[in-house]
Design a protein around this ligand. Structure first.
Ligand code: PEP
Ligand code: MN
Length: 361
């Protein structure tokens, strides 16, 4: 029994796809349409897939055919050889420019978030990261302020125009977060939370999928496949370090995984040097290494006063540290024929940092 997938041409109507399915079934194979959104994909099983593949390639509605039983036919480059770009409110991830996402590990108070957002934007970050729901190893550690932070996140986006990246731990929170979230982050610990991935497949928002620290690149791509196979092709992969025998850093940044993943997938791949090292002193060199190795972006923890941060303070850059990181990344990006993605156009008027929420409306 063989398996193959066929990518249909863009713009085909439902009737044409139903005709294709019927035509395939008449050859004795079974065929079903996957719930992808932009471009239809048909999965086919049967005994003579190789022969049928040759025939399918000549059908006018069929763009590409791949025979094989890999777990990630959509995330892989079998059907699609051009690199995919993910667009988030005017910021492109996966194009020529390297996108930097910066902000605190966790949302704490509104003033600190706004101050940090203003500063990272001024340094050239193109998106704001901020954790509302935090996946903490111990149940006694700060768990994040959850929904109570949504208004501040909305305020930060309204003032500074930066798209918001935040982690969702539980599919039941997706709906409440939709208003404030531009990219749903799936954390390393949830990379294989298949029900969550399935729901995010249907959520209609880009997803930043961290690699699990004990997961292989192929398993990471299979996790991405859950998003793609459920209708979401706006997926950004993020390498954030793996667990090894080396205790001198929190995790070991698998720089190899960046070019390796980019060889295996058309999806954008970014680097998280903050979690990968766990130490603010190493964030700048490792971010640079990631971009030199081909990362399409970096996600970095930054806080106006890291010493007071409620989570991940040792790996969090202060505002000056982030400024020098951006200066270095600019040079590294240029050295590899790229540049840094600018922030989206500023909302008018761009309010000063530290202004109380609600003022100036
Ligand atoms: C985070 O981004 O704050 C986080 C918890 O990351 P990870 O899932 O990679 O540990
Ligand atoms: Mn963190």
């Amino acid at each position: 029994m063989g398996r193959m997938v066929a990518l249909m041409r863009r713009g085909l109507g439902n009737a044409e796809i139903q005709d294709t399915l019927a035509r395939i079934e008449r050859t004795g194979h079974t065929a079903r349409r996957l719930p992808t959104r932009k471009q239809a994909v048909v999965e086919i099983h049967g005994d003579a897939t190789d022969r049928l593949a040759g025939e399918l390639r000549s059908w006018p509605g069929v763009a590409a055919v791949h025979v094989g039983d890999e777990g990630y036919p959509l995330a892989g480059r079998f059907l699609r050889d051009v690199r995919s770009e993910v667009r988030v409110r005017g910021v492109t991830v996966g194009g020529r420019e390297v996108a930097v996402i910066a902000g605190p590990c966790s949302m704490e108070d509104p003033e600190t978030l706004l101050e940090t957002a203003a500063a990272v934007r001024a340094c050239g970050a193109s998106m704001l990261r901020v954790g509302l729901f935090k996946p903490r190893t111990s149940p006694y550690a700060f768990q994040g302020i959850g929904r109570d932070g949504i208004d501040s996140v909305l305020e930060a986006r309204r003032r500074y125009g930066l798209p918001i990246v935040t982690e969702v731990l539980d599919a039941r929170d997706i709906e409440d977060l939709l208003e404030a979230v531009d990219v749903f982050q799936v954390g390393a610990r949830n990379m294989q939370n298949f029900p969550l991935l399935t729901e995010l497949g249907k959520a209609g928002r880009p997803v930043l999928l961290k690699r699990g620290f004990g997961a292989t690149v192929a398993e990471w791509l299979c996790a991405a496949e859950y998003l793609l196979a459920n209708g979401n092709d706006e997926v950004i992969l993020c390498e954030r370090g793996i667990r090894t025998f080396e205790p001198s850093t929190r995790f070991t940044m698998d720089i190899n995984a960046i070019p390796v993943a980019k060889e295996m997938t058309h999806l954008p791949v970014i680097i998280d040097p903050s979690h990968g090292t766990g130490d603010a002193r190493f964030v700048r060199p490792i971010a640079g290494a990631g971009v030199a190795a081909g990362a399409d972006g970096a996600i970095v923890e930054v806080h106006a006063r890291p010493e007071r941060a409620l989570s991940d303070r040792h790996q969090t850059l202060d505002l000056a540290g982030f400024g020098s990181l951006m200066t270095q990344l600019q040079s590294v990006a240029l050295a590899v024929g790229r540049g840094l993605a600018p922030p989206p156009p500023a909302p008018e008027p761009l309010l000063a940092a530290g202004t109380e929420p609600g003022q100036g409306r």
